[in-house]
Design a protein around this ligand. Sequence first.
Ligand SMILES: *[C@@H]1O[C@H](CO)[C@@H](O)[C@H](O)[C@H]1NC(C)=O
Ligand SMILES: *[C@@H]1O[C@H](CO)[C@@H](O)[C@H](O)[C@H]1NC(C)=O
Ligand SMILES: *[C@@H]1O[C@H](CO)[C@@H](O)[C@H](O)[C@H]1NC(C)=O
Ligand SMILES: *[C@@H]1O[C@H](CO)[C@@H](O)[C@H](O)[C@H]1NC(C)=O
Length: 375
Amino acid sequence: MVPGLVVCLVICTRLLVVAGARPPAMYVFGSSILDVGNNNYLPGAAVGRANRRYNGIDFPASSPTGRFSNGYNIADYVAAAKNMGFACSPPAYLSLAPNSSSGPLVLTALATGVSYASGGAGILDSTNAGNTIPLSKQVHYFGATKAKMVAAVAPRAVDAHLSKSVFLLGIGNNDMYVFAAAELARNTSAADQRRNAAVLYASLISNYSATISVQPSSIWPSQIIQKFAIINVGLLGCVPGARVLSPVGACWGRLNELAGGFNDALRPLLAGLARRLPGLAYSIGDSFGFTRDTLADPRASGFADVAAACCGSGRLGGEAECFPNSTLCDDRDRHVFWDRAHLSQRTAFLVARAFYSGLAKYTVPINFMELAQSS
Ligand SMILES: *[C@@H]1O[C@H](CO)[C@@H](O)[C@H](O)[C@H]1NC(C)=O
Ligand SMILES: *[C@@H]1O[C@H](CO)[C@@H](O)[C@H](O)[C@H]1NC(C)=O
Ligand SMILES: *[C@@H]1O[C@H](CO)[C@@H](O)[C@H](O)[C@H]1NC(C)=O
Ligand SMILES: *[C@@H]1O[C@H](CO)[C@@H](O)[C@H](O)[C@H]1NC(C)=O
């Protein structure tokens, strides 16, 4: 077992006795921005993993847990926000995956929720196929979790639990990376780019929609209420791994354009679903806008470096992953980016705070706190 997991299983229980409208649990779906260790359990050398130092250097006991961060990630800080009341993200599903007994999985689900997020995951099954848990499979795993809960507890109690729980979803970044890299390799014309991007958005949005309004409806809490806290796709073109494509380290404009286009389609998708599904409550956190504003005025948030990875190698630390032989920056809290594709712990904290209860411009139509407390 990964050492950090022991730490997390111990500390990630409810901090306080719960009163009022606090959600009983959080269920997490998405990519590496939210993964807390699922990928540690996937077989194969090509799986993206963060189970080695310097990942986790600022986590308790400096444990590399599988989080793509020097410490905690966005899922941890949303879970730990006031009125959520958890110590950190719920644990990785595959760390609980029951070989024989379903006891640990059901108990954990009821006490804190479960995380299905997986580094490299896409909305499309084809994104990084074979080396991740794609969104469709994450939802399938949630369905399996729910079936075990129903077998252990009265179905109505499970529905009541799930209808008050928060479902955190952050995915789409890897679909964009894969698409943009393919486009770059093919040297396609502007007209073809527009046409291909339109096809991409259509399939992403249709899969996203199918995930949230999934049939059979027995998977999500039936007909009652579903609370989705959604993180849109970030400013991907400005991560160190994208900047190294530019001789001067500039952001990769095309990748940002693709991410922005997807985010523009996400808002009307959710608004439309909410009209169609009366029980659906949601909040979209604008990761793209928050990062853009942070990069425009980094000193306002205490950052000194907005371009280079803290842990990496080559130009801007963006040419390789964070390995034990990487160079490490001196002041991790002053870097927006931890490695070539991920935010530092401090940025993750600021993002989560912005979405939970920050400026209204970073969430639509309500913030994560209002979502968590809604009934
Ligand atoms: C499940 O079984 C596999 C192989 O038998 C083992 O490696 C793994 O640690 C087990 N997981 C748990 C949670 O017991
Ligand atoms: C890409 O295609 C354009 C014409 O469509 C051509 O002018 C250009 O040289 C090509 N670039 C590369 C890197 O192949
Ligand atoms: C998602 O898109 C893929 C195509 O990449 C398709 O095969 C699959 O059926 C879609 N899944 C859902 C749930 O719509
Ligand atoms: C650092 O470690 C990685 C992974 O083991 C390896 O691929 C890479 O070549 C190493 N780099 C150097 C400069 O030794």
